[in-house]
Design a protein around this ligand. Sequence first.
Ligand code: GLU
Length: 424
Amino acid sequence: MSKAIVSTLYDSDVFKMACRQFDKAADAINLPEAIRDRTKYPRRCLAVSLPVKRDDGSVTVFEGYRVQHNLSTGPAKGGIRFHQHVTLGEVGALAMWMSWKCSLVGLPYGGAKGGVIVDPSKLSETELEHLSRRYMQEMVNFIGPHTDVPAPDVGTNEKIMGWMMDTYSNHVGHISPAIVTGKPIAIGGSQGRREATGAGVAYLVKKYLTDMKIPLPKTTVAIQGFGNVGSETALALSNYGAKIIAISDYTGAFYNAQGIDIRRALKYLQYQKVLHDFDGAEPISNEQLLELKCTVLVPAALERVVTDKNAKKLKCRVLAEAANGPTTNAADKIIEARGDIEIIPDVLCNSGGVIVSYFEWLQNLSNFYWSRDEVMQKLFAILDKAKDSVEAQKKKFQFSRRLAALTLGIQRVADAKQSRGLFP
Ligand code: GLU
């Protein structure tokens, strides 16, 4: 079997990190050579130029991507990220993680991710709408409700999904709600989707704390990143009785040993847009937040924030990966060797978002809508099952929890490819 001939298309630290994780998992389960590279590398990608008319009449051309990593287990699925540091390699890694995530929790989906190099906070609402619609216009022939179904990610939200759904629907000539998930409820969004990722993170944290016999009222939580996922995780954990002692966004980190009033922080954000100068807690640095003594540390922003520089200094009992890829492979090794921190790996920890996206898609395709209670009940049942399968795999093979989760996800994708055979 000769090795894959691959270009430097996705070349980046984060793509290499995802590839190394794959290699380690593939070795651990003795994945046959003949299926490895087919399972590992993205199936296809599209890069697009997006000219957008600015409010002052000028035109700016943005660059966007969509990477479909795997389509063997169902339509590709994954969010679209609007961020100034997006690269094709990052989108490729995120698409790969979507494949393992969907497969781990048993969704009939492949994996994908999209991205645009843009700082959305620098665009007016009109410019943002033009960019979102233009991105979807360029994707029309590449995606579809049975091919690839986008959703929100960092820097995108319900409103953007609404514009994208409208653009696609106008193109095909009829309403097509199943083209994206995470839409506003008025146009086919699901009850519970907005809070799903955070609610899932909090639910899993609660389950692991119960296993560790740590009572929720004695639990302190530090949350890095206070966007949709971080803030919903904070709300859900404080509703369970935990104390949120630190939160942050890109403008600053804040600490309050007595506990931060999360609703007050959200109110502040509503008016100020960023946490900068938040008066409900003391300002600290992002590094200090990550190294705080707390029960649960929740990285809920971007990749590679827990590194070999700070892994030795973490003082949490649980590392709940609400973000995708927040822990570098080197940091992972250090934490494993320490043996005093339970990691809830990203592909399990933040899977609540895509699980409820799946529910949204099902509701759209059947035109039959569920109550919030139904959604939450079904979400928690899937998370329970996924957690149990990860714990069983961990125990059976003496794997770390991350390796257990990744091997389960990867094995299922590889099995599907094996069963489908190779088209000559
Ligand atoms: N962007 C989210 C993730 O990383 C959600 C994807 C989806 O709902 O399709 O899991």
